[in-house]
Design a binder for this molecule. Sequence first.
Ligand code: HEC
Ligand code: HEC
Ligand code: HEC
Ligand code: HEC
Length: 117
Amino acid sequence: MKRLFIIFLILALPIMVAAKEKGHIKTQETQECSECHKSQTEAWQKGKHEVMGVKCIVCHGSTEKNFIAKPDMYRCRGCHGEKVSEVEKNLPPKLRNCFLCHDRHSVTPKFHSKGGK
Ligand code: HEC
Ligand code: HEC
Ligand code: HEC
Ligand code: HEC
């Protein structure tokens, strides 16, 4: 029994450590993301997501639960399903990331495309 427990611990440890890294420091309910993350908020305000109401929690979840430090492109699917499919079709798995080409917070394209895409 004791041996089983030790084996369980060895197996679970990396998972526990990884889970811990994903969390956010404790914040008060009344605190806005913008109080502590000025530069990200300013970039976000410059882009279309602010006017369209795509708030921080849409990509990052809440700081209390479901916090996501590194949102991937499947967070975008609900609103940009066609783009996600396009990326799946055209890029190899390791490169499937919208932020290769878009700033993560202003979401403006990082390069210009002359004559459309
Ligand atoms: C009281 C201040 C405070 C508030 C409020 C706050 N954060 Fe943070 N946040 C921090 C600190 C401190 C860190 C860790 C700083 C670092 O590692 O650079 C952090 C880290 C992060 C990270 C990076 C995590 C990682 O592991 O790379 C993200 C993403 C983030 N916060 C998003 C948010 C979002 C979204 C909100 C609002 C829902 C929010 N934060 C509210 C202070 C705050
Ligand atoms: C469209 C999705 C999206 C929205 C909306 C969004 N973020 Fe992020 N955020 C990201 C991505 C992607 C990263 C980079 C993760 C990585 O390193 O791979 C990131 C990273 C961060 C980080 C870590 C430091 C950094 O700049 O890389 C902080 C802090 C952060 N976001 C805060 C915010 C705050 C505050 C808001 C709202 C004003 C917000 N985010 C809105 C996608 C988003
Ligand atoms: C809740 C819906 C929603 C989610 C989720 C969402 N977006 Fe958006 N996004 C919008 C809306 C609405 C617009 C403005 C209309 C448009 O350009 O399609 C927009 C615009 C954009 C633009 C165009 C910006 C420009 O300057 O023309 C990019 C790029 C973008 N989003 C990237 C992302 C990425 C990447 C994710 C996932 C990490 C994401 N969005 C998640 C709703 C969303
Ligand atoms: C290989 C680079 C690249 C990748 C990867 C990429 N985009 Fe784009 N995206 C662009 C460029 C460049 C533009 C500007 C196109 C133009 O103006 O004709 C753009 C424009 C957009 C627009 C606004 C204009 C439109 O066509 O509706 C949205 C929304 C968008 N991208 C979302 C996404 C999402 C979501 C992802 C990930 C699933 C993504 N993009 C991945 C390069 C990219």
